[in-house]
Every structure is written in structure tokens, then in C-alpha cells.
Design a protein around this ligand. Structure first.
Ligand code: MG
Length: 373
């Protein structure tokens, strides 16, 4: 492992775990966190959760699992390039979407609406809830007992009322302090990953076209470069070579701009990072180009009628399930019934949020098939 910068998170300057444990024998503490996440139940569920396209759209489009792996790859590269803790960056990236409901953002919005009078539902808080409470893998504690900085990175946003209830971890949202640079990297690696893979998936699904993308400077610039380097290149190979170059340009820009900001701020320790302005950033020019691509994807892809139809169906499935379980908690599986006695609606939200897309559809047809036929 390359030497870490003085302001990187390390085993030695970490705030540690909630439940003290003996140090790992061969791994670092953050490698252990990464491994705990990979072995968790919530991580395996990501394979069958919608990123943008509902799973049956095609076998090649991203799921939350492959999205998370792509985020981890990008986050590791950037962390390593800046002499930061790439194991921490990887752990955060692999866990960042654990709390997502089935059916993407439509599913989260539906569950949030159902939980309106019971504290709402937010996927980021749910990711933390999974690693802190819901995973059942250890005899000694609930959850995965992750390192403080891994949990800090997972909790990307947090509304103020909830932040106050989260103790030390929520404090930074009230005090306007920054998380570690490794956490900041993951936020932008997430963007790089989805902007690029959504272009790929959108083109493959035929929902967006190369002609329209030619209007978007980030894409056009790299597509032109690709055509100049490989005259006659077309089809998949043109798309993949262009996207590869886009990712490379974004990562290179992120590394250069962040290195410059870090040098200017000259942090001496991890404590300095928390009070510095955000130091992981794109140049203004790349930021604008990314924004233009994001807008294009929102209008052309995320709001495409075919995507909306499927996610709207998912929204209705979630609302139906929530209503059915609230009206009759005995419909819940036995282990959830016990939780529902103690925690009420939150236990129902945990159960629904944990479902994969297809499990939710199956559960829905089990409950409603007779009524619909
Ligand atoms: Mg993500």
C-alpha cells in the first residue's frame, strides 16, 4: 500500500468501532469493514434492485450491485492517486446504496410518503440503519459494527432533525463540517459512475440516441476524439471507447483539481479536513459539463415514458404492500411481526425496503392476485 497522507483516515487516527473488538490479525480495520459489507445480506440484495431500469429490461443493464462495484473502482483509483485510504473509499462505495428500496427512487419516494407520519423514509439513513442495526451476523452486537469513518461516509446527507438524534455521527450536519476526503471522493465517484453507465444503458435500451448525445459537449468531445483516432469506428465499440474516455477525463480532472485544492489548503491532519471547505472537486469547466450531461439524462432517460411507466408500477406495489401490512401485521413474516410489535411502522418499512424488485412483485401478487383476477 502506498504511504498515506497525514490527513488520510487510518487505523491509528480513526474514532473506531461502537463495540470494541480486538484488531484484525492480517487485514487493516477498513479492509475488515469492506469484507463485512461484502458478506452482508443487504449487499447481495443489491443484485436484484433497480438502478434506473427495472431488472427485466435486459440482462446487461446496471443493477445496484454492479453500480456499487463501479463506484468502488473509481473511488479506489482517486483515493490511491491522492494517497488516501482506498480501503475506506471502497468500503463506503460498496455500502453507499444498501438502503435503497426496490424500484429505484420511485420506490423510495413511495415509502417516504407511506411513512410521512412516522419519521419518513430516506435511503441514506436506511443504509446506516442496515449496517448499524438490521444485519444479523454477529453474536455480540446488532449490525456490522463498522468503523466510525465508514459510517460517516455512508451517511452522505441527513436532515437536521434526524442529525440531532444521531449523536456524534449527525453532529457534522449541524456544525457544517466536512466528512473525510475518502467520503467526499465516494460522492463524486458515484456521479462519475452513474453519469457514464446511464449513457451506456440508455443507448443500449434505445431510449436515448447518439445524435442527441452529440449535443452534449462531454460526450461529443470524446466521441469526436474516438472517431479521429479510429476512423470508421461505429456501434458498440464507438460507444464504449467514448465512455471509457469520458470516465478517464473525469477522473483525471478530479485528481488534478483535488490535488491542487489540497495543496492550497495544506491540511496537516484529519481534523483539518473536517473544517476545510470541500477539497475533492472537479474543475469548474468539468463541473459544468457534468451538469449538462446530468440534465440530459434526467430529461431524456430518467423521465422517459418507458422508465416512468415501470417505476410508477413499482411505486404502486410499494404503497399496496405498506397498506396491506399496516392494516394486518399478521401478514408479515414471523420475524418481522415481532419487530412490528416493538417498532410499528418502522419495521414494516424495513421489511419493504429490504425487498428486491422481484421479491416485492411476488409478494404483491401473493397478496393481491385473487383480488385482481
Ligand atoms: Mg449510487
Amino acid at each position: 500500500m502506498p504511504e498515506l497522507a497525514a490527513y488520510a483516515v487510518a487505523d491509528g487516527n480513526s474514532k473506531g468501532r461502537l463495540h470494541p473488538e480486538p484488531p484484525p490479525k492480517v487485514r487493516s480495520e477498513f479492509q475488515r469493514d469492506r469484507d463485512r459489507i461484502v458478506h452482508s445480506t443487504a449487499f447481495r440484495r443489491l443484485e436484484y434492485k433497480t438502478q434506473v431500469f427495472v431488472i427485466h429490461e435486459g440482462d446487461l443493464c446496471r443493477t445496484r450491485l454492479t453500480h456499487s462495484i463501479e463506484v468502488a473502482q473509481i473511488a479506489r483509483s482517486v483515493a490511491r492517486g491522492l494517497h488516501l485510504n482506498d480501503d475506506l473509499a471502497e468500503a463506503i462505495a460498496l455500502a453507499h446504496d444498501l438502503g435503497h428500496t426496490p424500484f429505484g427512487h420511485a420506490g423510495q419516494d413511495a415509502l417516504n410518503e407511506c411513512m410521512r407520519d412516522h419519521g419518513g423514509f430516506e435511503h441514506n439513513l436506511q443504509s446506516l440503519r442496515i449496517v448499524d442495526h438490521l444485519e444479523e451476523r454477529y453474536g455480540a452486537f446488532d449490525g456490522l459494527n463498522l468503523m466510525y469513518e465508514t459510517r460517516e461516509g455512508i451517511l452522505k446527507h441527513c436532515p437536521r432533525p434526524q442529525a440531532a438524534a444521531l449523536g456524534a455521527l449527525g453532529r457534522r450536519f449541524l456544525d457544517d463540517r466536512r466528512p473525510s476526503l475518502e467520503a467526499q471522493i465516494c460522492n463524486l465517484a458515484d456521479e462519475v459512475a452513474y453519469n457514464n453507465h446511464d449513457v451506456d444503458d440508455g443507448l443500449r435500451a434505445g431510449l436515448i440516441g447518439l445524435d442527441e448525445l452529440q449535443e452534449i459537449s462531454l460526450f461529443a468531445r470524446h466521441a469526436d476524439e474516438t472517431r479521429a483516432a479510429f476512423p470508421g469506428i461505429a456501434g458498440r465499440r464507438l460507444i464504449h471507447e467514448t465512455i471509457r474516455r469520458m470516465i478517464d477525463a473525469q477522473v483525471t480532472d478530479l485528481l488534478a483539481e483535488s490535488a491542487q485544492r489540497i495543496a492550497a489548503a495544506a491540511p496537516a491532519s484529519l481534523a483539518d479536513i473536517h473544517v476545510a471547505p470541500p477539497l475533492i472537486a472537479f474543475t469548474a469547466a468539468m463541473h459544468d459539463e457534468n451538469l449538462a450531461l446530468k440534465r440530459f439524462l434526467r430529461n431524456g432517460l430518467y423521465c422517459h415514458e418507458r422508465v416512468l411507466r415501470e417505476t410508477d408500477q413499482g411505486r404502486r406495489v410499494i404503497i399496496d404492500l405498506y397498506r396491506a401490512f399496516s392494516a394486518e401485521p399478521r401478514l408479515l413474516p414471523p420475524q418481522c411481526q415481532a419487530a412490528a410489535v416493538g417498532e410499528g411502522p418502522r419495521a414494516i418499512a424495513d421489511y419493504i425496503a429490504g425487498m428486491t424488485d422481484r421479491y416485492a412483485l411476488r409478494e404483491h401478487s401473493r397478496l393481491f392476485a385473487l383480488a385482481e383476477s
